[in-house]
Design a protein around this ligand. Structure first.
Ligand code: ING
Length: 333
């Protein structure tokens, strides 16, 4: 018996600094309306889909960028979107900047800022929250750089791990998880989700066309290739589907790649956005395909973790942070 879920990727074009929340929400609702007409069960919006990618801009005082953060759930102004999702029975994935008053590991209650992804039920309940763990770029302004990438300045490293939750999408039980942008480049992140039998990974991204370090030229197509490669490998090696959806355009004055995709557990791209604006792509995902390369205990397949993995050989992956040079071999004579 197949378990088919209709998955939508809602690619979002540039959100200029001056665009109102009402205008952004109207765009998200238009994509949701089209998703409804396509029979979508779960609709994935990008990373930071409510605002421009403000970590492009350096601000001395972080508090001056607080206007870009959400301090409530649901985020302000999203009622029309949540009402539409409720009417159409669509589960939503949203990315946004979160500002909370929360106790830290030292027991201190303070303002904390995270780059978050949430999965929301059709009735508006929070099903999963993930806080971005791999924050790329840098914390201080680097004058020689053509573009700044200041997520380490504006966000803390996520403290919720890589959660997976099993929930029904219009009656089809689905193991769902989320990664955010740079996370997709780290196989460890995918594997932690895979070890929880994830079946659908939702990944929003804001990826600049230009390279963070202009030390070497990297053509545009390579930026898309690396994004695709990371997601396709993640899906194949963890026998899952993924939706990788772009916030694109150049709302922050810096062009971002588009190229949103939906990928199946064989690592094949089964849908691809063609433009660099607001665009919906849809695919029917038979979640039982996740079982093909996982197999069963009595018939283990290629990626049956219990049957094939050797954690006793993987110690360096957790015990080491940076790489270390290898021993040097010298000829005996
Ligand atoms: N953006 C980029 C990403 O990981 C980046 C930053 C681009 C890092 C290219 C390394 C190479 O796709 C975010 N928001 O993580």
């Amino acid at each position: 018996m197949s378990r088919i879920v209709v998955v939508g990727a809602a690619q979002v074009g540039a959100i200029p600094r001056e665009e109102s929340r009402e205008s952004v929400v109207q765009r998200l609702c238009a994509l949701t309306e089209r998703a409804h007409r396509r029979g979508v069960d779960v609709l994935v919006f990008p990373e930071l889909c409510l605002t421009p990618f403000f970590p492009r801009w350096y601000e001395e005082d972080v508090a001056t960028v607080d206007a870009w953060y959400e301090s409530t759930f649901p985020p302000k102004g999203l009622e029309p979107l949540f009402a539409m999702a409720r009417e159409y029975r669509i589960t939503l994935h949203l990315g946004y900047a979160e500002r909370v008053e929360e106790v830290d590991d030292a027991g201190v209650l303070r303002t904390r800022r995270f780059n978050v992804a949430v999965i929301v039920s059709p009735d508006g309940e929070l099903m999963l929250k993930y806080r971005k763990i791999h924050l790329p770029g840098h914390k201080e302004y680097i004058p020689e750089r053509r573009l700044q990438h200041l997520e380490k300045r504006y966000f803390e490293v996520g403290n919720l791990g890589f959660p997976v939750v099993r929930a029904a999408l219009n009656g089809v039980a689905t193991n769902m998880g989320a990664l955010i942008c740079n996370d997709r480049r780290w196989p460890e992140a995918w594997r932690v989700l895979g070890l929880q039998e994830v079946e659908l990974v939702m990944v929003g991204y804001n990826t600049p066309v230009d390279h963070l370090d202009q030390k070497f030229y990297q053509p545009h197509y390579l930026k898309v290739f690396h994004s695709d490669l990371s997601v396709q490998a993640g899906c194949y090696q963890n026998t899952c589907f993924a939706v990788a959806v772009a916030k694109t355009g150049s709302g922050e004055g810096q062009a971002m790649i588009a190229g949103s995709i939906i990928v199946n557990p064989s690592g094949e791209i089964i849908a691809r956005a063609s433009g660099d604006g607001d665009e919906l792509i849809v695919a029917e995902c038979d979640l039982d395909l996740c079982l093909v390369n996982r197999g069963t205990p009595d018939r283990p397949a290629t990626f049956n973790f219990a049957h094939h993995r050797r954690p006793e050989a993987y110690g360096a992956i957790v015990s080491q942070v940076g790489s270390q040079p290898p021993p040097v071999w010298k000829p005996s004579r």
